[in-house]
Design a protein around this ligand. Structure first.
Ligand code: ZN
Length: 440
């Protein structure tokens, strides 16, 4: 039955962004956080007593300590990092400045200093992390403040933030990581409450390959890992021979199609991926949009990465601007900027929103053999003049590995585009599937 999607689809884009990582005053001159990292050795975390006692912000019976320990362990498993945590009576974030108090605190206390961090966006921010570092770029302290205006839970309660997901994201900032542009990654800039797409937001609890390569680029892999790490250095040129700056470039594993890294080229057109495991990666580049400077998706090349080595490539990009634009991903009546979590062996109706998307002129595909589209399932939906929306039925192979996958789109006019990491295969349940494919 064709439902009146015009009334069912709601836009939840950007509704629940996490706060940016706040850098201390000495960072102001340094601009982006670049390669901030901790010195080797244990990273000591003080857990404020505000998290350990009954408070109105934490749903009662929440497994607070379990959520905290699991989120620390998630990063310890990914890279050569080790944490040591202890409880503390400290409640306040250190004031901004060159030096903090030397204690890396996780707090939810409703003190004036902590509340001040969220004064501008009390409803849209889950947490924020203030990072202090020395002139060498070594982090000396990082304080995580959970927004005391918000509700947190560990059982997926709709309308609240998932505590473990929030902590896992913020611990990424504590480790010096910036936001990622890959939709399904833990460090993606947008972050949903439980209830977006009618689902629990457990996805950020699991690190994506891009989170793992980002943290390994700074700290290396755990000692037991013998496949990491290698790197790719590249340069992108426009077809006039000049540097292709500010272009999104990403790497997908050739065997699985999973997204392992994404970055933007600098003003010289250069980019670097490091922290990659050995393997062959397909590199793509695109400059989204329909302006004359934008261009369709390019296949940059296939690059073999091996441990301890840096592969190099230069590519001249071709193509004209796309005749369409992919802006939103959608599921279950909502369009958003968040990846859709799906399960193996199931099919789901996925929406894409943007400009000039029309079922008659556009087709979709994946860079992974584990994902496919049910033939003849692409449908256009009337969503007014400013936004075009299409849907299709996605089929997820029973053997698809956990991870993030891109959706590629081709137009009849020859345009190519992609939404990087839009589909996230997850272990936790998304029960809103259309059919069960079953095991094969
Ligand atoms: Zn963040």
């Amino acid at each position: 039955m064709q439902r009146p999607f015009k009334y069912l689809l709601t836009l939840v884009l950007l509704a629940f962004a996490t706060g940016p990582m706040l850098l201390s005053a000495s960072a102001a001159s340094g601009g982006k956080n670049g390669t901030l990292r901790w010195r080797p050795g244990k990273i000591r975390i003080a857990v404020s007593s505000s998290l350990l006692k009954q408070t109105s912000n934490l749903k009662s019976d929440s497994d607070v300590l379990g959520a905290l320990q699991r989120s620390l362990l998630t990063w310890e498993r990914a890279a050569n990092i080790s944490f040591e945590s202890a409880s503390s009576e400290t409640q306040n974030v250190s004031p901004s400045g060159n030096n903090g108090d030397g204690v890396s605190l996780i707090t939810i206390a409703q003190t004036p200093e902590n509340l001040l961090l969220f004064a501008k966006n009390p409803d849209e921010t889950a947490a924020t992390t203030r990072v202090f570092f020395d002139k060498m770029g070594f982090i000396t302290e990082a304080d995580i403040v959970l927004n005391p205006y918000q509700q947190f839970s560990t059982d997926g309660n709709f309308g609240s933030f998932d505590l473990e997901s929030t902590l896992t994201h913020e611990i990424g900032h504590l480790l010096g990581l910036d936001h990622s542009a890959v939709l399904g990654s833990t460090m993606f800039e947008n972050y949903g409450k439980n209830g977006v797409y009618g689902l629990q937001n457990f996805a950020p609890r699991t690190l994506s390959e891009i989170d793992i390569s980002s943290v390994r680029a700074r700290y290396g892999a755990p000692a037991s890992n013998n496949k990491c790490c290698g790197a790719i250095n590249g340069k992108l040129l426009a077809n006039n021979g000049k540097a292709a700056a500010n272009t999104a470039v990403w790497a997908e594993n050739i065997k699985t199609g999973k997204v392992h890294a994404e970055t933007f080229s600098n003003s010289d057109g250069k980019f670097e991926f490091s922290g990659l495991s050995s393997g062959v990666y397909k590199l793509f580049a695109q400059m989204p949009g329909t302006s004359t400077k934008a261009f369709s998706l390019n296949h940059v090349g296939d690059v073999a990465v091996s441990r301890g080595n840096t592969a190099a490539l230069t590519k001249t990009l071709g193509g004209k601007p796309n005749d369409f634009e992919l802006q939103y991903v959608g599921f279950n009546g909502q369009l958003s900027g968040l990846a859709v979590p799906v399960n193996t062996g199931k099919a789901y109706t996925i929406y894409l929103g943007g400009k000039n998307l029309d079922s008659k002129n556009i087709s979709f595909r994946f860079g992974s053999s584990f994902l496919s589209i049910t033939p003849n399932s692409i449908i256009s939906h009337d969503f007014g003049a400013d936004l075009s929306v299409v849907s299709f039925e996605l089929r997820v192979d029973p053997k698809a590995p956990i991870g993030e996958y891109s959706i590629f789109a081709d137009s009849a006019a020859g345009g190519i585009g992609a939404v990087v990491g839009a589909i996230a295969v997850r272990g936790f349940l998304n029960p809103l599937s259309t059919i069960d494919i079953g095991d094969n």
